[in-house]
Design a protein around this ligand. Sequence first.
Ligand SMILES: [Zn+2]
Length: 233
Amino acid sequence: MKISCEMAEDLLPLYLDGSCSMDSRNVVEEHLANCPGCHAKLSRMQSDITDGMQMQVEVQEPGLADYAKRIRRHRIRMAEFTVLVVLTLSVMLAVGYLTIQDMYRQAHPDVREVEQGTYNLVAGAVDTTAEQIEQFVFYTNNTQIQVRVLQEEGWQGSGTIMLWNTIYKDNFIQIADIGGGTGSVTFTNLSSANRYKITCENMDGALLTVSDGRSVSFWKSLRAVLGEIFRIL
Ligand SMILES: [Zn+2]
């Protein structure tokens, strides 16, 4: 059966997706065999369909791939963030622990045995009076001795506190004025190899506390710990 090109064109879509009857199919194929124009049209339609399917695939795939990539990137970022947080916390914990350990060591120093008759300021401060202070011989391993006038006792004068080195035949080494009924002096650059004596002038009635001036501070210990860490690094 012969059909016109128009009719073949109408049937081509059905022919292509295989939804036409066997008779129509035979008729279309017969026409196509003798009509290069319709044959070319069929080829075009076939390649359009293939392109369309490919395009769909291409449009879908990048979307999916992008999404998967985003998820992967997000997971990697989360993992990196977690590692960073755990590392930071660990370092902070370690530094905090070392700092507190350092503070404890400073608050509880090893008390070295010193000879009898010498007061070891490492073991703690001593309370005395201006009149009795010269009976003491002091030892310090903290390079300093601090003399504090107790405010609550109300000594209102002003006087002088002197530091002597008893190892070198009572060599006088430092002098400090104190006044106003309150205050403290700190003698520095001292050595644990020496023994020290303190005398007061014009301070009768004053109550004094003598210590090695040790002050335990978190920040001081933190600085020491960080300094030690960076020294090792
Ligand atoms: Zn034709």
